[in-house]
Design a protein around this ligand. Sequence first.
Ligand code: GLN
Length: 483
Amino acid sequence: MHQLTLAEIARGLADKKFSAEELTRTLLARIAQLDPQLNSFITVTPEHAIAQAQAADARRANGESGALLGVPLAHKDLFCTQGIRTSCGSKMLDNFQAPYDATVVAKLNAAGAVTLGKLNMDEFAMGSANENSHYGAVKNPWNLAHVPGGSSGGSAAAVAARLLPVATGTDTGGSIRQPAAFTNLTGIKPTYGRVSRWGMIAYASSLDQAGVLARNAEDCALLLQGMAGFDPQDSTSIDEPVPDYSATLGDSLQGLRIGVPKEYFGAGLDPRIAERVQASIEALEKLGAVIQPISLPNMQQAIAAYYVIAPAEASSNLSRFDGVRFGYRCENPKDLTDLYKRSRAEGFGPEVQRRIMVGAYALSAGYYDAYYLQAQKIRRLIKNDFMAAFEDVDMILSPTTPNPAWKLGAKNADPVAAYLEDIYTITANLAGLPGLSMPAGFVDGLPVGVQLLAPYFQEGRLLNAAHQYQQVTDWHTRAPEGF
Ligand code: GLN
């Protein structure tokens, strides 16, 4: 039963082949048996899950239907869940229970989804390897000595290991697409503003966006449908109708113009990944797509701009964790200043502290113009590059990552080496564009992803292209050995 995709589960539940409760119990047993190897969960909520599954079964018995009714899933541990710990992967929030549900959680609960628990992540979503979690590193089910990617590494490992059909994640600079690529999943980061950020613990508010990790595009479409939509509680949520993502999955790709940016194939890209990307281009061409070379000249500046803007916003967002209002408080503070200082020094891990310092520095009076303002200008240039490219093409294709998943610990001594791995994903966040990563083969037994980017609100186009590609390739159907 654990091999079923979300779409297959929805059909099985509708046809009464099994109940939500049966499925939930099966997956809970699998989590108990296999997750100790992976560490993908921070919190498992069996009683809560079984109660939700029974409620979903009762709703079905009363004649209700719906693709998510009774479907098991889990949330990255930065979506607030009422009455269930929301740790954000941090000691700072180890004892935090949100008084309300995030909009994403509330919407999925209302649709009848069954939450099995909260998934491991890099602390405050800062990282590309899921090694920055207070709860320990997550392992890649394809090779337990390797990282699963980050920061939604728990979501990726759990779905790839068939502990769950789908999971939520968030993507500030690649945290859905990169772990999807590292674990052979399909992951979509929607347009900024497509999914509500309300109740999502903020890292960098102008970049953060919630999305889906799943085994194929069809499942991404189903779960995204349940998450997307305007939310008056989030001032950056956009009031655009949500199209039926499943309805366009079958559309032909005949004549679809796909741009391939030459800057994404330069030095630093593993040639074996370039080969896999080339093969995916050929598969899409056979489906009728027309490939065009394009240029995104300011992409080389993206890492520098992102690693000013994201830490700047983080330094501001994380100032609320002061030992007074939320979470961790140090023992026996001498006075208020000591309470602030020690609560933050003891509650935040080293990468979070590094980012807060970088961000506060970039925003300080003497350096604001030199760093933050410059970074914002680069951000605009990057957006302009995309706007110009989308005059000529309908979609952009690139590798998702320059290298496959690295070994645990390999980049611990050199944070900048890890930052450089984000090169292909962060531009979409800087511009606010939707992006998807889909499986495209293997290098040394480790999965490789191909990234698709589309104009604003064209999530349906991305899902359609990935779905068509997945009708003629079978990479996405492969499961890691032992899972
Ligand atoms: N790796 C990037 C960072 O550490 C992106 C993380 C994310 O998307 N949350 O900031």
